[in-house]
Design a protein around this ligand. Sequence first.
Ligand SMILES: [Zn+2]
Length: 338
Amino acid sequence: MEYRAGTASELITPTEPLWLAGYLARSEPAKGKISDLHASALALEDSQGQRLIIASIDLIAITKVIADPIYQAVEQQLNLPRERLILAATHTHYGPEFRPDKEVFFRIPREYGGAKITGIAKKISDALTRVILDACENFEPVRLFARITSASFAHNRRRAGVKGGAPSTEDILDRDVPILDVVRADGSRKAIVFGYACHNTTIPPEDCRYCADWAGFAKEQLEESNPGATALFITGCGADQNPEPRGSVELSEQYGPEIASAVQASLTGEGREIRVVGRMRREFGRERIEHRRPRGERSDPSGHDDTSRIYRLVVGGDDAQGAATCFDALHQARIDVG
Ligand SMILES: [Zn+2]
């Protein structure tokens, strides 16, 4: 099987002061930026004309409100069904908040909520749609390689020892950095997709500046080291992992190059290289997931305390005991090795 790939990227750093996503501790809107935020897309097409699109954005999450208009536009304009499109967020905690339920959760002042939040969601959807359509306009022949490396700054945040500076050797960790390496006929890089199961939460919440955190610094370094390449980051299942130690811009600027250098070493021949030559397959489904209030958290059987109220808003449940059910989207894409 042979492949073609197209890429596109767009700057999405807001030019106005918006409320930042990710922390309750914020007391003011964004004041300037530490680094830029981007929306990027990689479109892949095999020699049978099958397409798979991966799009990633420097934001805390992709929600249904963001995703649905993109799926509709892609279906209408590219005739691609939903299962052919993977949307990912880098999970930076230093991008604009666009989720209406977080107005209560993060106590966002009225002037930064409401219509403003709805407007941000629309801009995000539009930017992602544009990069996806643009990526399908510059296809060129490529070879695909699967690689894997690791980075050491992710720690299990559920252990008290991490915060005290003494992580346990018994902590469960996932430090794999999977890579999809997209190489042009002349050997230069068209795209580098890499992942790490870790929050982008290195900078203190009180620092209200836009930033893509370590994933952004890593993408920047990879694009500088590989002229003409688009770097895309996909967060793995990293809810339990934080960068540690954390709490400064300097640490963020240290973790970015750490993971980028590991990826770069892997691109240039360190470790295992698997040439991908198989067909592209994808699955999309919605899975029923039971949510339960974490053990030890305050519980008010009347359901009138703040935690219960926020819990119901976030997971959509109405069980005062703290249990709820929702349907989460599950999306898997696989390109066979051979
Ligand atoms: Zn997070």
